[in-house]
Design a protein around this ligand. Structure first.
Ligand code: NAD
Length: 250
C-alpha cells in the first residue's frame, strides 16, 4: 500500500521529545521528509537518529523570531516547500494563581502563544498550497483545573488562533486544525515546576478525570495529527480534536 506522506515535507516544532518526537517518527514511517526544531542540540541529534531517514534537526527557540526564520529557511533549502506543519512546541508551568509569577506568565505566553503565532506567520511563504497545519493545544483549553491558570489560557489562545488562521488561509487550500491532548505520558510532567509529590498527586487526580482511566501515549496523539494533516481530512478545517480518553467531551 502507498505510504500516506511519501515524498511530502513535514515540519515539527518541539520534535525532539514527547508528542512531537513520536509524531515525527509516524510521519517518517509514512514516507515523509521530516524537519524538527527544538532547543537542545543533544536531544535534537538523538531524535534525528531515532526518526531516521534524512531528518533535518535545527536548534531553534520558537520564542525568538530569528530562530523561527532560520528553521524555515533551512527546511526550504534542504527539502523545498512544506506540506504539513505541526506547531507543537510548548511548556507547561503550573502554580496556584497566588503563587504564580510574572516570569512564569511571560515564559509561558512567549513560547506557547507568541512562539506558535510567529511559527505560523513565518511558515506562510514556505508552505505549499493545500498544506495541512495542526496546532497542539490541550484539553485544558476549555477547563479550569487548579494550578493551570496560565497554561490553560495559553492553550485557549492556541485554539482561537486556529480559527483565524483557518479563515485567512482557506483561499490557499490550507487547512488549520487543533489537537487537544488529555494527559499523555511524556517528559513534560517532570518540567512543570511543581515538586514531585505535587506532580504525582496531580497525575493520579487527572487519571480520575479521564473516562478511560489512563494516560494516553504520544503515538495516540500522533495518529490524530497525521489524519488532520493528510488529504483524508480534506473537508475539515478549524476543528479542535480531543485526544483525551473522553476527558473533555464525556
Ligand atoms: P515535552 O516536554 O516532551 O515536549 C515539549 C517539546 O517542546 C520539546 O521538544 C521541547 O524542546 C519543545 N520546546 C519547548 N519550548 C521550546 C522553545 N522555546 N522552542 C522550541 N522548542 C521548544 O512535552 P509534550 O508533552 O510532548 O508536549 C508537546 C506539546 O503537547 C506541548 O505544546 C504541550 O503543551 C502539549 N500537551 C501535552 C500534554 C501532555 O499531557 N503531555 C497534554 C496536552 C497538551
Amino acid at each position: 500500500m502507498a505510504k500516506r506522506f511519501e515524498g511530502k515535507v513535514v515540519a515539527i516544532t518541539g520534535g525532539n521529545s514527547g508528542i512531537g518526537l513520536a509524531t515525527a517518527k509516524l510521519f517518517r514511517e509514512e514516507g515523509a521528509k521530516v524537519a524538527i526544531a527544538g532547543r537542545d542540540q543533544k536531544t535534537l541529534d538523538e531524535a534525528a537518529k531515532f526518526i531516521g531517514g534524512d531528518t533535518l534537526a535545527v536548534k531553534a527557540d520558537v520564542s525568538k523570531l530569528d530562530d523561527i526564520d532560520k528553521f524555515f529557511h533551512q527546511v526550504s533549502a534542504k527539502f523545498g516547500k512544506i506540506d504539513a506543519l505541526f506547531a507543537n512546541a510548548g511548556i507547561a508551568k503550573f502554580a496556584p494563581a497566588g503563587d504564580s509569577s510574572e516570569q512564569l506568565f511571560d515564559e509561558s505566553f512567549d513560547i506557547n502563544v507568541k512562539g506558535l503565532y510567529f511559527t505560523l506567520q513565518k511558515a506562510l511563504p514556505h508552505l505549499n498550497d493545500n498544506a495541512g497545519i495542526v496546532l497542539n493545544s490541550s484539553v485544558v483549553n476549555s477547563k479550569g483545573s487548579a494550578s493551570t491558570s496560565v497554561y490553560s489560557a495559553t492553550k485557549a489562545a492556541v485554539r482561537s488562533l486556529a480559527r483565524t488562521f483557518a479563515s485567512e488561509l482557506v483561499d490557499r487550500g490550507i487547512r488549520v486544525n487543533v489537537v487537544s491532548p488529555g494527559p499523555i505520558s511524556t517528559p513534560i510532567f517532570g518540567r512543570t515546576g511543581l515538586p514531585q509529590a505535587a506532580v504525582d498527586e496531580f497525575a493520579s487526580h487527572v487519571k480520575t478525570q479521564v473516562p478511560m482511566k489512563r494516560f494516553g501515549t504520544p503515538e495516540e496523539v500522533g495518529h490524530a495529527v497525521l489524519f488532520l494533516a493528510s488529504p483524508e481530512a480534506s473537508y475539515i478545517t478549524g476543528v479542535d480534536l480531543n485526544v483525551d480518553g473522553g476527558m473533555g467531551q464525556v
